[in-house]
Design a protein around this ligand. Sequence first.
Ligand SMILES: C[S@@+](CC[C@H](N)C(=O)[O-])C[C@H]1O[C@@H](n2cnc3c(N)ncnc32)[C@H](O)[C@@H]1O
Length: 273
Amino acid sequence: MAPQLQHANESEISLSKTCRTPVLDRGLLARRIEQLGEWFHNLDLHGVKTAPNHFLGDFPAIKWRHIAPEVPDDLSGARVLDIGCNGGFYCIQMKQRGAERVLGIDVDDRYLNQARFAAEQLSLDIEFQKLSVYEVDRIPGQFDFVLFMGVFYHLRYPLYALDKIIQKVSGRLIFQTMIRGSETPREWESNYHFWNKEIFKQQDFPCMYFIEKQYANDPTNWWLPNASAAEAMLRSSGMEVVSHPENETWICTPKHVSRDGRYILDMELDGTL
Ligand SMILES: C[S@@+](CC[C@H](N)C(=O)[O-])C[C@H]1O[C@@H](n2cnc3c(N)ncnc32)[C@H](O)[C@@H]1O
């Protein structure tokens, strides 16, 4: 349920010089930000920060600093899909680079309300929809940039989600996940003998840690890959890694996402893979 927001009286609102969006008085803006619940994204809304005490610091700006140089400065004409958009930080960044269409999806109304409020305050035309990653096939068409950041490890069915997502990527997938265990991605042989048990003792062998109960007090943290597993799963879904700008993030492009015109997911589901 959206929090009830107080209406500002006219003396609390001024019009920005560059656009016709009302800029709220700083105190009122801070109150509205607070009324929208706890924020995970630390946005700067006209000088008011939405999550100034974030446990990861100035998040996700600190992450974006490493990824931003990999994204064109001018995104004119680009279509962007942000899966698990949260408070809209990445949607805002992409729209501010001129993307034609930015669609953010998330399952959590609190975050969607925050994202809508932020976009409105910044006068940015961004679409937000309540939709799960498992429902991306209901979104028509493909996107030049698909962001799938910080969601993978929250899913019980991560590879299923990834196999769905790749169908939406026409250009680049920007993928980020929590990494635990080895942070050194390494490609392995294409086959091993049945009695080779040594590989499973290697720290860098692709591995997903399953969290039965909780990790970091969060019961939605299910599967934590090491770096090799993250890369291997991206490749297995048909993506090619084009860069690895920081230890949790990979930028990929579709390479073998379909076989004989059919997607891997459809082949897996009907047993023909
Ligand atoms: C850790 S936050 C990451 C937010 C943002 N993408 C980022 O990287 O900063 C995880 C987000 O994924 C959303 N989420 C969790 N399960 C989801 C699902 N099945 N479909 C879409 N979003 C989901 C949560 O509501 C939350 O906003």
